[in-house]
Write a protein that binds this ligand. Sequence first.
Ligand code: NAD
Length: 400
Amino acid sequence: MIINPTVRNNFFTNAHPEGCKRSVEKQIIDIKNLGPFKGPRNVLIIGGSSGYGLASRISLAFGSNAHTVNVSFESEPRGKRTGSAGYWNNVFFQHYAKETGNKHKDFLGDAFSVETKQQVIDYIKRELGSVDLIIYSLASGVRKNYQTGETIRSQIKTLGESISGKTIDVGSLEVLELEVLPATAQETEDTVFVMGGSDWQDWVELLDSQHVLAEGVKTIAYTYIGGETTGAIYRRGTLGKAKEDLEHKAQEMNLLLQNKYNGEALISSSKAVVSKASVFIPQMPIYVACLYNVMKAHNVHETIHEHKYRLFKDMVYGSSRLVDEQGRIRLDHLEMDPTIQKETLNLMMSYNNKDVFKLQGTTDFLQEFYEINGFQVEGINYDQDVDIEQFILDYVPTDY
Ligand code: NAD
């Protein structure tokens, strides 16, 4: 079949396997070119099929020669459905990772469930013995509460007044004005349940209780702090509350890991990038487009995998860790530089809705969003028929 992109409400409902293959390969080549560094041996990544989780996995598998175990929630191809980009990213990661000679395993399932956690731990016991790094990079709008059976949804809302914002609708290429409404107490609580730190803590406590944490173990989760432009919607909204909870849980886990394993629990504040999750957040698309423009002009732009490579090489395992007064790793220092923030804000204010599409940053943002779903990838002929069955036969491991 010919696969044309279909995007609804800034969400791609399909993906192009050939494009995903090339895009994963490109990230791997970049990381290899950046050179090896001393890092962890056995890594568990929760949410490693796309965005920051995938960039972390590639950085560690190809930068520090680590074994990796990844848990993600992705749709498989079925009939006319192409399967999600994350599904194909996993498949092609496995394909290219064969050359490392290390063990790389994928679990497709709900990371929130005890059943998935136990399957992963059984695998670690059997194949790796223990893990020395756990990365929590999950982004989800829903979480099933396995105790009550309820499905809880997170909400992107403000705390207090409603505010107006803008977003780029990728499907129609329009700037949409939107109003972000205040959350109820229940909605805030639900968002903290879905996107806060309790599931991360459940993972670490279960791994601890089943004796699969190695001496010196580290765990890390990714927060976002951001500046004034996104503050009202993000950091001072429901998502910010969830991130506060994540950061708080890191402090609790840090005590356990330090005392028992001489290890640590870390939070890294990462920069705003184009990902399946971030493009969904109001205001983020325009902010990221303008930010890209400004950071590229100042020569401080990093790709998503360069960002994570620097995190692990310099700040987690290296000696140039930048932390703030709350102990959070400030990998986002280039984004948060006052000049970058000021120029980004000025750009956002000076461009009217239509003109924003004339910005190189917007072109780059759109290109990257298509690319993370396998579209608009250089060198791919999109007029060519794609035989998904053949891709499955050629690349999908039999134990998938
Ligand atoms: P993403 O959407 O690209 O990736 C999310 C991952 O979570 C995928 O691997 C997906 O399969 C997995 N996932 C979702 N629900 C799951 C479930 N129930 N069970 C198992 N796996 C599940 O997201 P991202 O933007 O890379 O975000 C990852 C983390 O980084 C989030 O905590 C996010 O807040 C944080 N962060 C993102 C940005 C950004 O700009 N993208 C900036 C700073 C911090």
